[in-house]
Structure formats: C-alpha cells, structure tokens
Design a protein around this ligand. Sequence first.
Ligand code: BG6
Length: 486
Amino acid sequence: VPVDPFELVVFGATGDLARRKLLPSLYHRYCDGQIPEDSRIIGASRTAMDREEFVKLVEESYLEFEDGSQHDPDCFKAFADMLDYVAIDIADDQADWDTLGGKLDATQSLIRIFYLAMPPRLFVDIAEGLQTAGLAHDESRVVLEKPLGNDFASADAINEGVGRVFDENRIYRIDHYLGKETVQNLLVLRFGNILLEPLWNSRAIEHIEITVAETIGVGGRGAYYDSSGALRDMVQNHLLQLLCLTTMEPPASIDADDLRTEKIKVLRALRPVTSSNVKDMTVRAQYVRGRIDGETAADYLSDVDVEESDTETFVAIHTEIQNWRWSGVPIYIRTGKRMAQRRSEIIIQFRPVPHSIFPSDTHIQPNRLVIRLQPDEAVTLWMEIKEPGAGGLRLKTLPLNLSYADSFAARYPDAYERLLLDVVRGNLSLFMRRDEVEAAWRWVDGIIDAWAETEQRLSLYPAGTDGPDAARFMLEQLGDQWSDPG
Ligand code: BG6
C-alpha cells in the first residue's frame, strides 16, 4: 500500500549514510510502487551543487554501493524527478534557509519530514534553524540518526533542544537494527507462538548470548569511530535493542508506547557495572594486524591513521537483568570489528532436562535456540533425537531449521526502507523514545566511568579472530563458553 505523499529533506545528503542507505532505500521503495509521484525528496548539505549534479551523485552512489542488479534506469529517471537539492550552511546563512523554504510545499498539504543524517552536535542547531525560518510546522516530523550524543548528558541536551521544536511524538530516533526483518521477527517468534513463552525465563534458560561480529573495519569513519568505540557505536543502541526485544515482558500490543514501555523496563533492570565489578563483567579490546579471508588486515592504529589510541573495537559484557523472570540468568553480549566472520546471532541456551531416564553414560545435550539475524537469516532449534539403529539407544543433536532463504524467495528490504516509510506512516513503534535512549546511556555511562576509574586496559586481538583471549577467560571463569558459529 503506497504511503501518503510527503516531502522529505535529507540533511547530510552527500554523506555516507545518505548515499549508501537512505537514497537507495527511497529509490527501491519508489520502484516498488510505495512512494507516490507527487512526493519530493530534497537533499541538503554544505556542498555546492545543482539538482542535476545531485541526481548524478545519487545514481552513481547507488551503483557504487549496491550490486546494480536491481537498477532500472527508466524507474530511476522517474524517481529522479522527485529529487531536488539545496546547498545550505546551517550555521549562519539565513538566505540558505529561505531557499530551502522556497522548495517546500507552501500549502502544507504534504507530510513534512526532516531527516538529520548529520553529526549529533548539529541536531539542535538544525532544529532551531528550522524553527527560526518557520519551516517546522506543528505536523512536521524529524528523524534523528544515531549516535544520539556520546553520553547521557549530551543525549539529554539534544533531546531538550530538539524537543523545544518538535513534540516527542514527532521525533523519530532511528536504530536501523529495529528495521531489520530478522529483528522484527523476534517479536513474531516470541509473541506469535505459544511454545516459547512458558520456557522464556530463568527456570528453563541457562544463559543468553548476543553476538554481533563484523569483518569490516572502520572504513572512512576513523575520526568518528576513534572518539566513539564499540561500546558507544554498537552496544548502546543495537545490542541493547536486541537484548530488550529478547527479554522484555509481552507488551499489550505492538503500538509504539506499549512496546517501548516494556523495553525500557529491561534497560532499567540491567545490573549496573561499577568500578568494583567492571573487571569481571567487561572486556575491552582493539584489533592488531592479522589475516581475514587469506588477506593481511592492518591494525586499528593504521586504519584510523593515529599513533596511539585507547579506543576499543571489541567489547564483551557479562550482565544480568535484575527482575523475577531473569534473575540469575547470565547474559553475555559481545561485538567487534575485524572479527573472523560476519555473524549476528542471539542464542538462548536452555537448561539440561531435570532428570535423565537414560543409561548413565548417555550424554543429553541441552536444547539451544539460535536466532541468526545476519547473514543466512534463520531460526534453529537444536533438539535431541534418537539416532536410528537397532543396537542400544544413542542420542543425537539435530537442528529444526527455519531458514529464510529456504522459506522466502523475495528480496528482503533494507532496514531503512521499512523505517523511512514508517516515518511517513507516523508509526513510532520501531523508533526509540527519549527515556529509552537515556536509560541506555545511563547504563553505558556506568561502564565508561568504571573503565576510567579502574584504568581498565585494552586487550588486543589479531584481526580475523573471534576476539581477545580475555573474552574467553571471562566466560570460562563462570564455567561457560561463547558458542561457535551455529
Ligand atoms: C552502525 C555502526 O550503526 O552499524 C557501524 O555505526 C556498524 O559501525 C553498523 O558497522 C552495522 O550495521 P549492519 O546493518 O551492517 O549490521
């Protein structure tokens, strides 16, 4: 079903995110017939260029970042008719704001959206600029790209500043993980099936593991990444969102506030990391030179071109949710760049059966549910079955496998395709509420402070491995281990 016509201003339109994700996503949605032709997409950035140059940039970026097999030049031409561009210096040039205003629909009959794909320190200035120029009306929406600040205080300042211009229910804070098909499937898996819920607690679950491993390094984003690190870049948002969806109580409905209210309860129940437990609960590490897929991979310092850096590119955390459902269930999360393979997975490790009826030398492997988010999206439940044969009774662990590729032939839309149209539809369910972002920062700030207070040292790991030994030791001390790719 196509959305209503809209006008979307993308601030940061010549930047990496817009070229790699936002504009290609809009193009796909347009060619899929989801965006009405009277919509407008206006790129805004500091770079001086005209409309034609912008259209060319959009097409070239698309071909650079996507494999091109979906490219339909005729459709692109029609899509390009919706595109426009304005060079804007947000800092001081009122004339630029007026030019932008001149491109917007004076009758205000289109849904008006401002997408801020810019560094967060500019969010408040842009919101205020829009207000001063009279471009943000009561119904306008604003989309804030992550990172939303770099600690609680900066996030709070952004939320305050942007909140003076846009009401909370017009602010769409993006975490693109929530737009991923497999992440949304977590909700369906948990709340569309009756089988799991009775077992979804500390009585049946031994531990939960969330891994988001990447093989890529920091690309051209060295300056941003070096001031951020894996904890802020990945854990504060993506991993905590995955944790919330995995462990929250069943919401009353999928409506934004029902869902977000349950997620925030998880964030508030996370065991705080302090200087007295930080060494046992966290590992921070940075990659050094190694090999990935048979090729030499440089160390982090060369990648970001600095002499020295204390920034972590890997983090592993042992935490717990302090509530009735999860008390005593260890939760292990880890993420890193330049690891052995790209793999995002949530693993639910069930407890052993309470009593074995089989001969004492029979090993019964506890059940395990593996939710593979990417790549090779799948849900796999490892079960014990009898190995066929006349002699004795031997057990074997086999997967019940729900593979996306086997079940669905369709192309999965990129996360941004879904999220951008949700903004037009006014559906806030997959966006973060202010208190949610702030609760996530409070917990993460605790870790950052504890690292600083205890001067917790960086471990090192060679690029192309599963991370530092210290992460393995952290779990071994608890009698556990990280799962192999499953
Ligand atoms: C971004 C991070 O939010 O997510 C990047 O800033 C990271 O550092 C990326 O590479 C991972 O996203 P995906 O969709 O490729 O798993």
